[in-house]
Design a protein around this ligand. Structure first.
Ligand code: HEM
Length: 508
């Protein structure tokens, strides 16, 4: 009988032979191969070490319109030119996002066996339920469903902002995480929201912020213990939520997702697993995006003063009871500088790298052969910041870049990739934009914030939080909070006008 060490050795040799065979079978029409300093495993190690910005580091050094990275077990084609992004968009059948959904359900959510095959995309022999769930939920994130979520979100934000005024110092990132988690999950799950329990909230963030070893899917309870334990605790809390009928009182989003899976015969535990992966969509970008909006506003006092004045004049009113009311839809419609600054922050802080799987061999733009089984990424920091798209100031922070005027049209194809690239555009962007702007605006109107050590220092990024494309920091920043003089003793509230929730900002 073979012992374990011999089996491992055999596995290693087989793996090496496979990798060498794949390298030799490269077609000369494939995009140029970029070598790494450490042979064979260099790019894989780089990606695990640096997270998504690794793609930008590679493309900055190798300015090809498209190149190939060997990631040992798969090939990644990195697209860096806007015309090639358009060619990717034209090949939507062969270059598909759908396998990404089933991959994350397997590796991230821990769904296996026949249920995984139910979720898997039809092109790969599955029953396509993953696609059906996304399709069913999309309308719930606009229209009346969105209005209800926005109302609940605003109700949750207000008391937390009232409380902030009384806190002398906070960790800015941790504070954003607590507040956005509370507001987003309450809006989504309703009165029985399982994330109201701080243990479940912490378990979710353990899962999210230690994600990359979990995705390797190799003995996850051992090799990715923190993420695995966190996920299992969140799954158990969601199972209880469904058993108590929490989804009957939650948002349309949560109900429709549950119904689509339940009607297809998915067991409750797997519905809960799917839902934990949904919380990644709900939170993992909104939290760091809120942090960066606050960081980029408070660290630019002149811009902050202009934005405060604009909001006071166009999106805030004082009612008969002297309450100061911020109208969320007016932030979008009446505050061009705020809206432009917001988009510029998203443009400059995003490290999104929209993904497509190569389902069959494709000759991209009649020139580059992409082989079936490969993965394609379009890193925002390269494609989304080219001078051909944004002009000579592409690398600069220009808060007025997105202001529309007669002689300036900020809409450019393939340039703004924070919310993905058509046809895969984030369906939660309307909710995210209202939430982030509502929180940031009410905060800047009510308090001043300065770093405790006196300097705004960019914190290092958490590379293990690989599902977030908004540079989640690894450590927070301690800041001092001082109430603004003219806002003290004043009561504040939000106004959410029905039917105005859509933030149709620029997308790629
Ligand atoms: C600032 C906040 C957000 C950012 C930057 C963001 C970004 C993105 C991006 C880039 C994608 C496409 C992924 C790819 O092509 O690889 C995406 C997809 C998605 N997002 Fe968001 N997102 C945000 C907030 C949200 C929220 C609040 C929700 C839920 C309410 C959400 C739900 C989703 C879902 C379900 C998908 C998958 C869509 C599909 O499969 O077609 N996102 N998001």
């Amino acid at each position: 009988m073979l012992d374990v060490s011999r089996l491992l050795l055999l596995g290693l040799v087989a793996g090496l032979l496979y990798v060498l065979h794949r390298r030799q079978s490269r077609d000369p029409r494939e995009p140029p191969l970029v070598s790494s300093r450490i042979p064979l495993i260099g790019h894989l190690v780089g990606l695990l070490w640096h997270g998504l910005p690794y793609f930008d580091m590679v493309t900055a050094k190798h300015p090809h319109p498209i190149c190939t990275l060997d990631l040992v077990f798969s090939k990644s084609y990195l697209v860096t030119s806007p015309p090639l992004v358009q060619a990717v968009q034209r090949n939507r059948k062969s270059l598909s996002f759908d396998p990404f959904v089933s991959m994350t359900l397997e590796r991230m959510a821990g769904i296996r066996g026949p249920v995984l095959e139910q979720f898997r995309e039809k092109e790969s022999g599955g029953q396509g339920l993953g696609h059906d769930v996304v399709h069913a939920m999309q309308p719930t994130l606009s229209g009346r469903g969105l209005d209800v979520m926005n109302e609940r979100m605003a109700q949750m934000l207000r008391p937390r902002l009232d409380e902030l005024v009384r806190l002398p110092t906070i960790d800015l990132f941790d504070w954003c995480r607590r507040v956005i988690t509370a507001a987003s999950t309450d809006a989504s799950y309703g009165p029985l929201n399982p994330y109201q329990d701080p243990r479940v909230e912490d378990a979710f963030w353990d899962f999210e912020s230690h994600m990359s070893p979990l995705l390797a899917n190799f003995l996850p309870w051992l090799t990715a213990r923190t993420a695995w334990k966190g996920r299992e605790a969140a799954v158990a809390a969601l199972v209880k939520y469904y058993e108590l009928g929490g989804h009957e009182e939650g948002s349309e989003l949560t109900y429709v997702r549950w119904k689509t899976m339940h009607d297809a015969g998915v067991p409750t535990e797997d519905i809960a697993r799917q839902e934990v992966s949904m919380a990644i969509g709900l939170l993992s970008n909104s939290v760091p995006a809120t942090f960066w909006v606050l960081y980029d506003l408070y660290s630019r006092p002149d811009l902050l003063a202009e934005i405060r004045a604009e909001v006071r004049e166009h999106a805030m009113r004082v009612d008969a009871d002297q309450r100061h009311i911020v109208d969320i839809s007016a932030l979008r419609d009446q505050c061009p500088l705020l809206l432009s600054t917001f988009q510029e922050i998203l443009r400059t802080r995003s490290v999104s790298a929209p993904t497509r799987f190569v389902l069959q061999d494709v000759l991209l733009a009649d020139q580059y052969l992409l082989k079936a089984g490969g993965v394609l990424n379009m890193p925002a920091a390269s494609v989304g910041r080219t001078t051909e798209t944004w002009g000579s100031t592409a690398d600069e922070f220009d808060p007025r870049r997105f202001i529309k005027s007669e002689n300036k049209n900020p809409r450019r194809t393939g340039g703004f990739m924070t919310f993905g690239v058509s046809p895969v555009i984030c369906p939660g962007r309307h909710f995210a934009c209202s939430e982030i702007l509502a929180l940031a605006v009410m905060m800047v109107l009510r308090v001043d914030v300065t770093p405790v050590d006196g300097v705004w220092r960019v914190p290092p990024m958490n590379a293990q939080a690989i599902t977030s494309s908004m540079r989640p920091p690894k450590e927070g920043i301690a800041v001092r909070v001082t109430p603004c003089q003219d806002s003290e003793g004043v009561e504040w509230d939000f106004e959410v006008k029905a039917g105005t929730g859509a933030f149709n900002l620029m997308v790629g």
